[in-house]
Design a protein around this ligand. Structure first.
Ligand SMILES: NC(=O)c1ccc[n+]([C@@H]2O[C@H](COP(=O)([O-])OP(=O)(O)OC[C@H]3O[C@@H](n4cnc5c(N)ncnc54)[C@H](OP(=O)(O)O)[C@@H]3O)[C@@H](O)[C@H]2O)c1
Length: 157
């Protein structure tokens, strides 16, 4: 399974100053439950953001970082060709694409599933989730918890 995993505010914000503009414990738990022991793919800027908040790559997950400027990293695999990586990713394993905007934009056509945490609040930000064709996806799961709505969409077209 190739899945995009993202949290999006009511006004489509996903980031500010290379960080998440919010802190929702429930969303962090959800992220952890889904990605633990799986492979996570991220852009170099999102990797920097994780390093600055955690001090290390995401634990107990295979961290894969897309970069055209880095050759290698401690505790993470570096790739320079996202398409080849995704196309050759084992079909019986789960790949979660965890951001940021550049990586979401480039991988959206390759993802079978969108795991979107819709946040029913507006936030100021500088990075937005790009518009996508909602008709290309069917909602297969949804759980509401306060201002958070955890939805899963499957690509149908
Ligand atoms: N709300 C959410 O769920 C969520 C999740 C993740 C991130 N975010 C937010 O998103 C923002 C970061 O997004 P962003 O778009 O600025 O950066 P990004 O997508 O995380 O990283 C961009 C970097 O990825 C590398 N890259 C991009 N395309 C590539 C390709 N085709 N091949 C190889 N490398 C490639 C480049 O690294 P080099 O410059 O090293 O070449 C590029 O500078 C932050 O604010 C972050 O907090 C939000």
């Amino acid at each position: 399974m190739i899945a995009i995993l993202v949290a999006i505010s009511k006004n489509n914000v996903i980031g500010k100053n290379n960080q998440l503009p919010w802190h929702y414990k429930k969303d962090l738990q959800y992220f952890k439950e889904l990605t633990l022991n799986q492979t996570v793919l991220m852009g170099r800027k999102t990797y920097d953001s994780i390093l600055s908040s955690l001090g290390k790559p995401l634990p107990k997950r295979r961290n894969v970082v897309a970069s055209r400027t880095l050759d290698s990293l401690d505790g993470a695999d570096v790739i320079s060709d996202i398409n080849t990586f995704i196309q050759s990713f084992p079909k019986d394993q789960n790949l979660f694409i965890i951001g940021g905007k550049q990586i979401f934009d480039e991988t959206l056509p390759l993802a079978d599933y969108l795991y979107i945490t819709h946040i029913d609040e507006e936030y100021e930000g500088d990075t937005y989730f790009s518009a996508y064709k909602k008709g290309d996806y069917q909602k297969i799961k949804e759980t509401v918890d306060g201002v958070l709505r955890f939805a899963v969409y499957k690509k149908v077209n």
